[in-house]
Design a protein around this ligand. Structure first.
Ligand SMILES: *Cc1c(COP(=O)(O)O)cnc(C)c1O
Ligand code: SF4
Length: 351
């Protein structure tokens, strides 16, 4: 029984839907939309830990697909996957140094829906929503409704790209670009295929991790038809996020020629140990994914309780370096506004 469906569907209808459908759209519509529903599913008493059950108070809705909840350990209020998505009372604390627009992206927003901050690559906000809501998200206060790519804005963004041949790579981001329907995503990629100066289309997404069935045959066909190099930068924070369903889907992506990379956010009490990160690197490698970035948390209001200090991060990273092959070592980075690239913190090793 999936409690979240109770309001909208009869249990029998639900059963039939779940058995017959591996449609990602159906699964997405059925995601847990409140903390108490997820906790009931996980057999965790709402009184455990300092969980905040009034999601509305945070201004950032609750959203967790069943496929992600299935990777969590039942009965464990400190499960590292649960802690990434559960609302906690600390979100309401106001901490100095934490802001609503920590990256100051407003300065690099030449046309709505496009962020052009680094010389050769630009980022398109392909869709404002995500399949999961991560409580540490640096875009949790982003004015997405003003940034959605409506047809007129898309054509303005495409023109901007065409007029700048120095841009050879487009990053589809958001929110999450895989929130787009298959038809819309195909249309967008077709548009980019037609821009000769582009060599690479990069897709920044967490959706496959929380909803593996999003890697459907329509998407694979769109990718296979593209004349550009396609890179997926996944967002996986903990080895437990890599289950068999995801591994199978990643193999399908590899089979159509996609390069698979991963970025991780360093999060307190979730993955802030060299051992956990080592296991993550190894498991990524086993599934054909290379670690790319290990990000320090962006100082967004409501996420301070996830922060790992820069000095602790460097220490953890150095221990990781001593434990994995060089190609399984992510670059430790932080986003500092107004710099021409992300800032590497991993060149400060002593001795
Ligand atoms: C992170 C980011 C990119 C990509 O940077 P890479 O270092 O190439 O991964 C591009 N544009 C924006 C606005 C970004 O924040
Ligand atoms: S998937 Fe990415 S953009 Fe979406 S809520 Fe999570 S961290 Fe934020």
């Amino acid at each position: 029984m999936i409690p979240v469906f109770e309001d909208t569907l009869q249990p029998n209808t639900l059963k039939a839907t779940k058995i017959e459908s591996d449609h990602w759209q159906v699964q997405l519509a059925g995601a847990f939309k409140s903390a108490p529903d997820l906790l009931t599913y996980l057999n965790i008493a709402p009184t455990e830990a300092n969980l905040l059950l009034d999601d509305d108070a945070t201004g950032f809705a609750f959203k967790v697909p069943l496929a992600f909840a299935q990777l969590m350990k039942k009965g464990d209020p400190s499960d590292p996957l649960l802690l990434q998505v559960i609302t906690r009372s600390q979100e309401l604390n106001t901490i100095s140094g934490y802001s609503n627009d920590p990256l100051q992206e407003a300065d690099y927003n030449p046309v709505p829906g496009l962020i052009h901050k680094y010389a050769n690559r630009a980022l398109l906000i392909a869709h404002q929503s995500c399949a999961v809501h991560c409580r540490y998200c640096f875009r949790r206060h982003f004015p997405y409704s003003e940034q959605q790519l409506k047809p007129a804005q898309l054509s303005a963004a495409l023109n901007y790209i065409k007029q700048r041949p120095e841009i050879n790579e487009i990053i589809l981001s958001g929110g999450d670009p895989l929130s787009l329907s298959d038809a819309k995503l195909e249309q967008l990629i077709n548009n980019l295929n037609n821009i000769e100066t582009l060599t690479t289309i990069r897709i920044h997404t967490r959706t496959p991790v929380v909803l593996p069935d999003r890697i459907c045959s329509e998407l694979l066909e769109t990718i296979e038809r593209s004349n550009k190099k396609i890179v997926f930068v996944l967002h996986i924070n903990h080895p437990n996020e890599i289950g068999k369903r995801l591994a199978d889907k990643l193999t399908q992506l590899k089979n159509v020629g996609v390069t698979l990379l991963n970025q991780t956010v360093l999060l307190k009490e979730i993955n802030d140990s060299a051992d956990t990160l080592k296991n993550l690197s190894q498991k990524l490698w086993d599934t054909g994914v290379l670690p790319y970035y290990l990000h320090l948390l962006d100082p967004v209001q409501g996420a301070a309780h996830f922060n790992v200090s820069e000095s602790d991060a460097i220490e953890i990273w150095q221990a990781l370096q001593a434990g994995v092959s060089g190609y399984l070592l992510p670059r430790l980075v932080r986003e500092i506004p107004n710099r021409p690239s992300k800032t590497w913190l991993n060149n400060s090793q002593e001795g």
